[in-house]
Ligand binder design. Structure first.
Ligand SMILES: CC(C)(COP(=O)(O)OP(=O)(O)OC[C@H]1O[C@@H](n2cnc3c(N)ncnc32)[C@H](O)[C@@H]1OP(=O)(O)O)[C@@H](O)C(=O)NCCC(=O)NCCS
Length: 215
């Protein structure tokens, strides 16, 4: 089996248009280092050594500027490009071959413990500064525009942009499926929905204010 560092290095070299050398990838790509730190932290977390797991993830954060909670589940060949300011929450899951740029948050909206962070499916791309909030799903191969705020599910192979994020281009549906990917049981759907509505309201107010100032 290929060691993960080689697999990560290969996928970064293939996906980064700067076409870095092996030396560059291994020694100067914080995204690669962050994934490896996370593997260790996640293993410690699984063994119940939570304090040590948090400390390991903290060391990774100090060295890379990328904060991944040790509980998060991350698939193969995640490419975190640039990386600084990325935050990935405890109950987030990330599939294979996902690309994440700097400043992305996979965050929660509810203060209630349990599933509260997004699921990002295989091959999705999250643009720089995108804020993906709540227990929503970003579908397979979907693209999230830079600086978007996403509080609803994103359908596979679609592109969403803006605040709140809206679907643009091919594949958009009039009424996206609500609730897809939500786990049964410990989630707080009403609380999450209320928080999502509040976030949308705040974003709309901010937009109105911007438009008012622009005259
Ligand atoms: C979202 C994205 C993938 C869309 O690319 P695309 O499919 O080529 O889409 P287009 O450029 O044709 O844009 C489609 C519409 O969305 C708008 N749009 C695109 N990106 C946007 C963004 N980030 N925020 C707001 N609106 C955006 C365009 O203005 C256009 O609007 P219009 O139809 O009213 O003219 C791309 O714009 C993006 O944001 N990529 C992330 C790149 C990134 O983070 N790079 C960091 C490198 S360091």
């Amino acid at each position: 089996m290929t060691p993960e560092i080689v697999e990560l290095g290969r996928s970064i070299r293939a996906r980064d248009p700067a076409r870095p050398s092996w030396f560059e990838v291994i020694f100067s790509y914080p995204g690669l280092h962050a994934v490896l730190w996370h593997r260790l932290a996640h293993r410690l977390w699984g063994w119940g050594l939570r304090g040590l797991a948090r400390f390991t993830s903290h060391l990774g954060r100090m060295l890379t500027g990328i904060e991944i909670h040790p509980g998060a589940r991350i698939g193969r060949r995640l490419f975190i490009d640039h990386g600084m300011g990325v935050v990935i929450g405890e109950t987030a899951t990330i599939g294979n071959d996902v690309t994440i740029y700097h400043g992305v948050t996979l965050g929660g909206l509810s203060l209630k413990p349990g599933k509260r962070h997004p699921d990002v499916a295989d091959g999705a791309i999250l643009g720089a500064g995108a804020q993906v909030l709540g227990p929503i799903t970003v579908g397979e191969g979907a693209r999230v525009g830079a600086n978007s705020v996403v509080v609803n599910n994103v359908l596979p192979l679609t592109t969403v942009v803006g605040i709140p994020a809206r679907c643009v281009g091919e594949g958009c549906l009039e009424t996206p499926t609500v609730g897809y990917g939500l786990p049964a049981g410990e989630a707080d759907p009403l609380g999450e929905r209320m928080a999502a509505i509040e976030a949308e309201l705040r974003a709309l107010r901010a937009q109105l204010e911007q438009q008012r100032k622009a005259g």
